[in-house]
Write a protein that binds this ligand. Structure first.
Ligand code: SF4
Ligand code: SF4
Length: 368
């Protein structure tokens, strides 16, 4: 197999030490060697060397959430999520994929979103009375999940950002993250080119992503076409405009809050401090209580990398395990990724999970 997108040096740099086994959330739930990082790398090598390319490899390669915990634990400097994505891409290029992968590819191709929703992309804005400024310096990239599943979050976000002069893209489409994570590189390029044209057309020099997955993809997969344009998370943008936010009204809330680090903004991009700073600004230092595992050692929610769609039971088991990290006496689990939110909510638990923007809205008495 050609495995064009697999870094072969990285593939053979792994010395099978097994350091990564103890941190892999999929292995934590399955206990299966083929479903931990080291085992996946051995499977990828086997496929690359032409020894194995049947359907048995899918359960190994496709149960990785691309959380990246293995990468920060690897003494040899291997970056396993890239190997996994490269292997998926190689398999897809040779026509090997699961029915779930095919369904996601076809849904995104037909609807330009992962949800198969044919509704208008700006449906959440209708009736809000909010204007979309022309020639804005910054635009809000909403993302498929907030657009179609959490329109309240999209509206809350834009209500706050719009006061700072932030605009929207005329015709945003899926950022292509699900396609890239599942190996559909060529299909992803079509969406990436479309969104790049939209971003250029807007004239903005800053893109504010409302979803950790979109943020990671815009920042790291859109290439040099976005040179000179900064891609930031909502929390980064709000912290850098804290005075404006306070002027608009930001009261203190007497709530006990914990924070779940989404892998794609945290481990993949080191965005740890800004969301925490915003939470502390609202609830105070003492009412912000960290989860049992945090920052680069944060446990994954289990939702990413196509695992939620392809292996739902495993995905929810990982989310349930993540909920065990929530400290006692907490009012809300706050996060900054709608996919994490969805998985943590679906896993049940007694503590409600909300997007950070909902906390900011509560503090600003935003009327939505
Ligand atoms: S920690 Fe690194 S070198 Fe060790 S088995 Fe995992 S990927 Fe290989
Ligand atoms: S990226 Fe996460 S799920 Fe994938 S192998 Fe590494 S630790 Fe396991």
């Amino acid at each position: 197999m050609s495995f064009e997108k697999v870094d072969k040096r990285d593939l053979y740099r792994c010395v099978s030490c097994g350091n990564c086994r103890s941190v892999c959330p999929a292995f934590e739930q399955t206990g299966r060697e083929s479903k931990n990082t080291r085992g996946r790398i051995l499977v990828i090598r086997d496929v690359y060397e032409g020894n194995l390319a049947d359907e048995s490899v899918f359960d190994s390669i496709n149960t990785c959430t691309t959380c990246g915990y293995c990468a920060v634990s690897c003494p040899a400097g291997v970056h396993p999520p890239d190997l996994v994505e490269g292997a998926r891409s190689g398999l897809v290029a040779s026509g090997k994929m699961t029915p779930v992968q095919m369904k996601i590819r076809d849904t995104v191709a037909q609807y330009a979103n992962t949800l198969g929703d044919s509704g208008p992309r700006l449906g959440w804005l209708e009736g809000s009375g909010l204007a979309v400024p022309e020639n804005p310096k910054a635009v809000y990239f909403v993302g498929c999940l907030d657009t179609y599943r959490y329109p309240g979050t999209a509206l809350h976000s834009y209500r706050i950002l719009n006061k700072m002069g932030v605009g929207l893209l005329e015709d945003e489409k899926c950022c292509a993250s699900p396609l890239l994570r599942l190996g559909f590189t060529n299909e992803a390029d079509v969406l990436i080119k479309h969104n790049i044209n939209q971003i250029k057309k807007s004239g903005a020099d800053t893109i504010i992503a409302g979803c950790a997955g979109c943020f990671n993809t815009l920042k790291n997969n859109y290439g040099s076409d976005l040179d000179g344009i900064s891609v930031v998370t909502v929390s980064e943008y709000l912290i850098s405009h804290l005075d404006d936010l306070k002027k608009a009204g930001l009261s203190k809330l007497n709530l006990k809050i914990t924070y779940h680090d989404p892998c794609h903004s945290g481990r993949h991009n080191d965005i740890y401090d800004e969301p925490r700073a915003l939470i502390r600004e609202i609830v105070g230092k003492d009412n912000f209580i960290e989860m049992a595992t945090i920052r680069e050692k944060s446990r994954c929610c289990g939702g990413g990398g196509g695992v939620r769609s392809g292996y739902n039971d495993l995905s929810l088991a990982m989310a349930k395990r993540r909920l065990e990290d929530v400290p006692a006496g907490i009012d809300y689990i706050v996060t900054t990724c709608p996919l994490c939110l969805r998985n943590l909510r679906d896993a049940g638990g007694d503590v409600p999970a909300i997007d950070l923007i909902e906390l900011v809205s509560m503090a600003g008495n935003q009327d939505c």
